[in-house]
Design a protein around this ligand. Structure first.
Ligand SMILES: Nc1nc2c(c(=O)[nH]1)N[C@H]1C(S)=C(S)[C@@H](COP(=O)(O)O)O[C@H]1N2
Ligand SMILES: [Mo]
Length: 219
């Protein structure tokens, strides 16, 4: 797995998005509709956004590790993972770059079901997700364990494509989409919060689209 040092903190994309965060671009302060959070617009296609590398993760070499504050550390291979109960969830995507996409039919393993196996210790409050491209993102354990949060392998009935994070990605639909790590490799449970990639580059540590928490410092 790539270390944080290998990440393109100085790529054009990162510099541009850091500048948006610094200037508050896209912040409207308007209220959204019942379904569309403030400052968002609906799209029908599905844009691809990442740091520019789309790792090819072969299922024979695939692993998912659950580490940190757990009673039982897990290291699952693809066969172990696919033996877990599968769940289907329909949800909307809200990306911080202002597009939203309705009615995505995901299937995969409910995050909660996996966490139950690992048995989080009482002090576990936050998680850090890390991916095969070196990407990281943080969120509260409670949000990651939400009823609708999934470790998704399928979208609209078909296996997730590589560009969208296949063979497996996180989906946490109630937060901005940057929290939904593609090509997920590891889940670390932690006592204290710690910023991931975009959270170190000007983005909000929580990222609730309904409160328009785009950038670090937004209420
Ligand atoms: N591993 C990884 N996951 C990632 C990213 C990334 O660069 N690497 N980008 C995030 C961002 S900013 C967004 S908006 C969504 C985009 O997912 P999509 O390309 O399937 O639309 O993935 C998120 N998860
Ligand atoms: Mo994003």
């Amino acid at each position: 797995m790539a270390e944080d040092d290998d990440l393109p903190e100085d790529s054009k994309l990162t510099r541009t998005k850091r500048a948006w965060a610094a200037s508050g671009k896209f912040l409207t302060g308007r209220t959204g509709s019942d379904r569309l959070p403030p400052g968002q617009h609906e799209v029908r296609d599905w844009p691809v956004l990442d740091l520019g590398s789309q790792p090819q993760v072969e299922t024979h070499a695939w692993r998912l590790d659950v580490t940190g504050l757990v009673a039982r550390r897990l290291s699952l291979d693809w066969t172990d993972f696919n033996a877990l109960p599968m769940t289907a969830v329909r949800s909307d995507i809200h990306c911080v770059t202002t597009w939203s996409r309705y009615d995505n039919d995901w299937s995969g393993v409910r995050v909660r079901d996996l966490l139950d196996l690992a048995d989080p210790l009482p002090g576990a409050r936050h998680v850090m997700l890390s991916s095969h491209d070196g990407y990281t993102t943080n969120l509260p354990l409670e949000d990651f364990a939400a009823e609708t949060a999934l470790l998704a392998t399928h979208w609209q009935g078909r296996p997730l494509t590589r560009e969208h994070g296949g063979p497996m990605r996180a989906i946490v639909p109630h937060l901005y989409f940057w929290k939904s790590a593609k090509w997920l490799r590891g889940i670390e449970l932690m006592a204290e919060d710690k910023p991931g990639f975009w959270e170190r580059n000007g983005y909000h540590k929580y990222g609730d689209p309904w409160r328009e928490q785009r950038y670090d410092g937004d209420a």
